[in-house]
Design a protein around this ligand. Structure first.
Ligand code: OOG
Ligand code: MG
Length: 267
């Protein structure tokens, strides 16, 4: 990270508690930069690392990581032009075809992503697309349910990184494939809500190749002093813009070669 941590330890803990409250009790908060306009990206990751530490201390298990804001559609939608990463825990996972409650979410939105499961440890700096492909056990389609906790969708990179990239729920499914059996760059995806197509795209939208997003993520992890262990579940970022959902909605993401993932929302 080019920028330094500027927040004091007390401020980091304070902001982390604010985020944790918004995430666990599902209420909107102002973006953190309203109070700390000089917050840096490194400060955002310091808050996110503290949040991860607290969840793990409470017994949540780290399952993997996610790259975010890796497609032009997402960057445009959120007004941000740098990718980011966030962590994924066992508590965020939901099985395919289940009902996901919205009463414990603030602004739920869905996005279709390619997920990777790794079979070898990956380390940065200097992690490459090829290193990611060599360390990949298989890929599978996923739908991420993101939930930005910031009021009025006011948004900036420092705040969203602190909020763990809006991570809330994720659903993997479809048909897992080996990377050598498919062309990961050209996979088409269609996102349907209540039987109508609401977004479509191709996997190249994610930094030209989804494995490129995983390499970026591993290199950011290195800056945080972390590596990506074997057996990690890693999402490479929304291919299209995210679509808002509410109770009563049914969503299916159909992926070329990877099958589909369905979920629905209830109060
Ligand atoms: C940030 C989450 C970004 C993605 O796939 O781009 C993300 C947001 O849009 O709230 O998960
Ligand atoms: Mg995402």
């Amino acid at each position: 990270m080019s920028q330094e941590i500027t927040l004091s330890r007390e401020d980091i803990v304070r902001l982390c508690e604010r985020i944790e409250g918004a995430q666990t009790r599902a209420y909107a908060i102002p973006k953190l930069t309203d109070e700390y306009p000089d917050m840096t990206v490194a400060d955002g990751y310091a808050v996110q690392c503290e949040l991860r530490r607290r969840y793990l201390a409470d017994g949540h298990r780290l399952v993997g990581w996610k790259a975010g804001l890796t497609s032009l559609a997402k960057m445009k939608q959120m007004g941000v032009n740098v990718p980011s990463i966030g962590f994924l825990t066992d508590r965020m996972a939901r099985p395919e075809n289940t009902a996901i409650t919205t009463s414990d979410l603030v602004h739920p939105r869905v996005e279709a992503e390619v997920a990777f499961v790794t079979k070898r440890e990956l380390k940065g700096p200097g992690c490459t697309r090829q290193a990611v492909l060599d360390a990949t056990d298989y890929v599978l389609p996923a739908v991420e349910v993101i939930d930005s906790r910031f009021s009025g969708f006011k948004f900036d990179l420092q705040s969203v990184i602190s909020d763990n990239g809006s991570s809330a729920r994720y659903v993997g499914g479809g048909r897992p494939r080996y990377v050598e059996d498919i062309d990961l760059r050209t996979l088409g995806v269609v996102l349907e809500k209540n039987g109508e197509i609401v977004a479509m795209g191709a996997s190249a939208a994610v930094l030209g190749h989804p494995a490129e997003a995983i390499a970026m993520l591993v290199n950011v992890l290195a800056e945080l002093g972390e590596t990506l262990p074997a057996g990690s579940f890693v999402m490479s970022g929304g291919i299209t813009e995210a679509i808002a959902v509410k109770a009563g909605d049914a969503v299916t993401a159909r992926f070329q070669d990877l099958g589909s993932v369905s979920l629905r929302f209830v109060e």
